[in-house]
Write a protein that binds this ligand. Structure first.
Ligand SMILES: *Cc1c(COP(=O)(O)O)cnc(C)c1O
Length: 419
């Protein structure tokens, strides 16, 4: 069946024909293609068209699709049963590997999505501190928990009131602009005793890529310490991508709690939250804060995650960063040569090129970008087999298996785009 037929059928069965809103491609005035298979840096749609993939399942596939060692680990695990609902070796092995890479995660718990990880970390922060308020940054996305759907980024940005989220819950969410340390300081000075935690994407990836200003993360760290609140780094995107030890290693700032997702599951549904032992021991069954999961620590998902983290440690992060910069700067130059006003944000293997007159440092600047220009760019790149995120406020990701030839093809495609 072709994409058009599948999409028509899907729309009768699922809201918007999709299981996650952005996939519907509405921000780029298009319809989705249905994917049949993926391997390495490539996707093939149901009509057999091949794409160079810069979405990578929204981040997880840093080793590329169908990495042989991950696939092998998954096959081996499947042969031993797909779920036990009881402790298994894989949970211990993956937790040990995570702790080695991210030492601030002295203890952790596996869950099945990033949403679950941030939801649980917030509950723990509240349970541990006995406080209710959370400071959250406008344009940061922490999954679809009620408390975080106030001014969230990604697809949720289009739903400002977010029907279904009680006012009573979001009134505990204090909003500040990303990179606006003064606002956070003001919150602490006026109601420091009520704030359980500050949650932040240490490099923000859901309003496009927005990097923390010098001193921003350190400032958050200092304020949290001073007022006895917990600092939560939501590293669902940055974990294992900004460096093997995530953003906290790269920026040299240690949070109290960390949330992980995406890459950690190697393409399977895995999330994880963890941090200081003394805090984590407040979770049941050690402490009173409750959280549980039927499929948590699933043996197949653990095997995929472990093989992914082991594989990543064989990879040259610096080389990929330099090559990604080359690609991103090349694309930026091409767009400028076509008279477009664009600004590039890049770190490690992630970047966003904004159709904007000004550099982008927060959500206000991100939302002001020219969505129609991005849609035109996206459509023409797709038509040439370059698969980019179907919204201008998302990151492009590269993987360790993208080749120089892939990058050259991408630049060549961009040079043919007309505005
Ligand atoms: C994707 C994402 C989440 C949510 O993860 P899901 O697995 O989609 O629930 C949370 N935080 C950040 C920073 C993310 O990018």
């Amino acid at each position: 069946m072709d994409s058009k037929t599948l999409y028509a059928k899907a729309q009768t069965l699922m809201p918007g024909g999709v299981n996650s809103p952005l996939r519907a491609c509405r921000y780029v005035n298009s319809e989705p293609v249905f994917i049949d298979r993926a391997e390495g840096a490539y996707l093939w749609d149901v009509e057999g068209r091949k794409y160079i993939d810069y979405v990578l399942s929204w981040g997880p596939m840093l080793l590329g699709h169908c990495d042989p060692s991950v696939a092998e680990a998954v096959y081996m695990a499947v042969n031993k049963g797909t779920s036990y609902g009881a402790p298994c070796y894989g949970e211990v092995a993956l937790a040990e590997e995570i702790q080695k890479l991210i030492p601030s995660m002295e203890m952790m718990r596996m869950v099945s999505s990033g949403t679950e990880a941030t939801m649980s970390a917030l509950r723990l922060a509240r349970g541990y501190t006995g406080r209710d308020k959370v400071v959250k940054f406008i344009g940061n996305y922490h999954g679809h928990n009620d408390a975080f759907l106030a001014a969230a980024g990604s697809a949720a940005a289009a739903v400002p009131g977010t029907p279904g989220v009680p006012e009573d819950i979001v009134r505990h969410t204090l909003l500040a602009h990303y990179n606006d340390l003064d606002k956070v300081r003001e919150y602490f000075e006026t109601r420091g005793g009520e704030i359980a935690c500050v949650i932040v994407e240490p490099a923000a990836g859901n309003m496009g890529l927005v990097l923390p200003r010098d001193g921003f993360l350190q400032g958050l760290r200092d304020l949290c310490t001073e007022y006895g609140a917990l600092l939560i780094f939501d590293e669902v995107i940055t974990g294992f991508r900004l460096s093997p030890g995530g953003a906290q290693q790269r920026y040299g700032i240690t949070p109290d709690l960390t949330t992980l997702g995406k890459i950690i599951g190697g393409g399977f549904p895995v999330g994880c939250y963890g941090g200081k032992r003394e805090i984590m021991e407040h979770m049941a069954p050690c402490g009173g804060v409750f959280q549980a999961g039927t499929l948590s620590g699933n043996p197949v998902a653990m095997a995929a995650g472990l093989a992914t983290l082991k594989g990543l440690q064989q990879c040259d992060y610096d080389a990929l960063e330099a090559r990604t910069r080359g690609l991103a700067e090349g694309l930026t130059e091409i767009l400028r040569s076509k008279g477009q006003s664009v600004h590039l944000n890049q770190i490690a293997s992630a970047f966003t090129i904004y159709f904007s007159d000004v550099p982008v440092t927060n959500m206000t600047e991100s939302s002001a970008c020219d969505a129609d220009k991005y849609a035109a760019f996206w459509q023409q790149m797709m038509a040439q087999g370059i698969y980019l995120a179907p919204a201008g406020f998302e990151c492009a990701f590269t993987s360790f298996v993208h080749t120089d030839e892939d990058f050259e093809k991408t630049l060549e495609a961009a040079s043919k785009v007309q505005f």
